[in-house]
Design a protein around this ligand. Structure first.
Ligand code: BV8
Length: 348
């Protein structure tokens, strides 16, 4: 990395009090966890709108649970990496530091940065469970693996797991994603929330739009689309103790089309209504998912200078002349640029 950039960043860091870190899956990549959109990303293997959405849940909760129990298993086996620890140390040295994390893997918490004033979990947590029927029951910090026999790895061979989650179905054979009317509804809602200047309409793929328009002969999806089904009945899935098993338990994460947690969003709104933000770190995120994709600009509007940490330049959005861009693996770059603030040595 350019030593002059690192030193000018560190001078600014030392003088900063209000620091916001916007965090994505790239922070946990050095811990071996898949990101969402990189080549071997989670979503490339599975149809995200079949899995991480209310429509997907209604269609086949067993499929959703298979996906999430696999992620729970991977996250439990993973370890926080030097970037997680560097951020936890920064939080200790800078009381005005706050991380806004899209990650649900619990690794920042295991590095010592607990959810609360300095860590906001924007998309929930893999290890919190909630009643899918809205009875209000929530179970925090459940690390059981498997959650129930039907979700144990032994219940499915690798092959069946791949088949069930559609990893081996050719792209054009996969069923249309969640109904395009759903997209239109959510997009309309987001347009209302984000306003014209901030709302970016989704570029629906041919498959997404299929149910809305007649496809020409050459485009018609094969009739014999292999249905993606988990084959797990509701009775075999975790039931909610809060309403005597009338409803299922679901992962307490935010799916597409669901609002981010109210308490978290009011804290975020208060943060971006503050007088001054000195520094915004954007770490390991493709900045494609709203409303988080708009947070760096909101920090800029409060005077923040922005520092990007990513392996790809393509992730750097609306770059300004006085931004810092540190390309590389977060596990290496973050401890290096945070310097003494990323260690527990400060003040020795
Ligand atoms: C909402 C669940 C309103 C948990 C996730 C059209 C149709 C449908 C929806 C929309 C639409 N237009 C806009 C929307 C809104 C939608 C949205 O933004 N869609 C996008 C796709 C256009 N947003 C929503 O629906 C949100 N809710 O708007 O609600 C509302 C209001 C009131 C009432 C009702 C509704 C909800 C969004 C949350 C969705 N849930 N996940 C889980 O399973 O994890 S999103 C999912 O993407 C994850 O949470 C993930 O964290 C997040 C963002 O991805 P990234 O973290 O950035 O990961 P990605 O792979 O993309 O990028 C990784 C980056 O790291 C890359 O840049 C890579 O280069 C870099 N990297 C890789 N390795 C390294 C590295 N960097 C450094 N070091 C490395 N080693």
């Amino acid at each position: 990395m350019d030593p002059a950039a690192v030193s000018s960043f560190q001078t600014h860091l030392a003088a900063s009090s209000r620091i916001v870190a916007i965090i994505g899956a790239g922070l946990s990549a050095p811990s071996g966890l898949s990101t969402f959109r990189s080549t071997n990303g989670l979503w490339n293997k599975h149809d995200v709108f079949l899995i991480a959405s209310p429509a997907g849940w209604r269609r086949d909760p067993g499929l959703v649970w298979k996906f999430y129990s696999g992620r729970r298993r991977d996250a439990l086996a993973a370890k926080p990496n030097p970037a997680h620890f560097a951020l936890a140390n920064l939080a200790r040295h800078k009381q005005g530091f706050v991380a806004l994390s899209q990650n649900v893997d619990g690794l920042l918490q295991r590095a010592g940065l607990n959810a609360g004033t300095q860590l906001k979990l924007l998309h929930g947590n893999l290890f919190d469970l909630a009643c899918a029927g809205g009875c209000g029951y929530v179970e925090e910090g459940n690390t059981d693996d498997p959650l129930c026999p039907a979700l144990s790895l032994s219940a499915t061979t690798e092959e069946k797991e791949k088949k069930v989650l559609g990893a081996d179905i050719a792209e054009e054979e996969k069923p249309p994603r969640a109904s395009a009317l759903l997209f239109a509804g959510i997009a309309a809602k987001n347009k209302k929330i984000l306003g014209d200047e901030k709302f970016v309409p989704p570029e629906l793929t041919r498959r997404d739009a299929a149910p809305l328009k007649e496809l020409g002969e050459e485009e018609r999806l094969p009739d014999t689309i292999p249905a993606l089904h988990s084959g797990i009945s509701k009775e075999e899935l975790p039931l909610c103790p809060g309403c005597e098993g009338k409803n299922l338990l679901r992962p307490s994460v935010v799916w597409f089309g669901e609002a981010l947690p109210e308490d978290v969003m009011s804290d975020v709104d208060a943060l971006f209504a503050e007088e001054k933000i000195d520094l915004c770190l954007v770490i390991g995120t493709s900045s494609k998912v709203w409303p988080t994709a708009g947070f760096a600009e909101q920090a800029r509007n409060r005077g923040a200078r922005v520092a990007w940490v990513n392996t790809e330049m393509e992730a750097v959005k609306n770059k300004r002349r006085d931004d810092w861009v540190f390309l590389g693996d977060a596990g290496t770059v973050l401890p290096e640029i945070l310097g003494v603030y990323g260690t527990d040595k400060l003040g020795e």
